[in-house]
Write a protein of this length. Structure first.
Length: 294
């Protein structure tokens, strides 16, 4: 078996035959949590951290994981090995399960777990070499102002519409602006600015998803002696920055050189973002390989 692998409740099934009940609450209501990770050397990166965050998200929305983290981790490793991909994209989804057509979550039974594995397809060299454009989009995410703030839930409609708007306006990522006028994160990324070699990123208290790659970049900055502030960012802060970049598991660290049609700094990827990206790749064990822009 190679390429695309689907595992449902621990059993690998043919992708074309993989099915989920129409009564599953993940399908009906987006009542589910998920994680996305990638492999390096065909080994799932930061699997433990991703599973702990999945468990945290599940707890925030009162979903009980159907198996423990160790069992689920073994299933992920088995699915990745079954794919025989050189490198893989992995998505783990846990739904509340199936039940009657009711909003009452207590009517659901048997949480469902799904592991999807695909060949890894990160952005191309050009995106890293020259940077991307981003668009600020005011919106409210599904977990904003709820007890589940910070959970990674599958109800991504607000994010999807934000990405659509960004694409219509010439951007490759949407930067979410909250009700207070703060840029909190990307539609599927965390956001950073650099000013006078000082890095700034919104704090977890802003309701962001605490990204795994974000944490590794913050750690890399500490090791390099680069100062970091965690505080609010307004759109003007991004416009005036020397550098802006986003982070995510699949994209690693991607420079943003234009925001809302305005050039960021010199309009080219910056020195600090390059330093942090190199340090990140050293930390994940691929520092000797060519950088994505090379």
């Amino acid at each position: 078996m190679s390429g695309r692998v689907v595992m449902i409740d621990g059993a690998v099934v043919a992708a074309k035959e993989a099915t989920v009940s129409v009564y599953d609450r993940g399908f009906l209501f987006g009542d589910a949590v998920f994680e996305v990770l990638r492999t390096y050397g065909a080994v799932p990166f930061a699997l433990g951290e991703h599973l702990r965050r999945l468990n945290r998200s599940a707890g925030l929305v009162a979903i009980t994981l159907p198996v423990d983290e160790r069992t689920l981790g073994g299933e992920v490793e088995r699915a990745v090995a079954s794919s025989a991909n050189e490198e893989s994209y992995v998505r783990i989804v846990v739904t509340r399960g199936s039940g009657p057509l009711s909003l009452d979550p207590d009517t659901a039974r048997d949480p469902l777990r799904v592991v999807l594995v695909e060949p890894l397809a990160p952005p191309g060299r050009e995106a890293y070499a020259i940077g991307i454009a981003a668009i600020t989009v005011p919106t409210r995410r599904s977990v904003d102002d709820t007890p589940a703030v910070g959970a990674k839930v599958t109800n991504y409609l607000a994010n999807l519409l934000a990405v659509r708007e960004a694409k219509l306006r010439g951007g490759q990522e949407a930067l979410i602006v909250d009700a207070l006028g703060n840029v909190v994160e990307g539609a599927s990324s965390n956001v950073f600015t650099v000013h006078d070699r000082r890095v700034r990123t919104p704090p977890e208290s802003a309701g962001i998803l605490p990204g795994i790659t974000r944490w590794y970049v913050l750690d890399a900055a500490a090791r390099l002696g680069i100062a970091v502030d965690q505080g609010e960012l307004k759109p003007d802060d991004l416009y005036r920055a020397d550098e802006v970049f986003i982070t995510s598991s699949i994209r690693e660290l991607l420079p943003v050189v234009r925001i809302d049609g305005r050039l960021v700094g010199a309009g080219t990827p910056g020195v600090v973002s390059r330093q942090l990206h190199r340090a990140f790749r050293v930390a994940v064990g691929v520092g000797s390989e060519p950088m994505p822009w090379e």
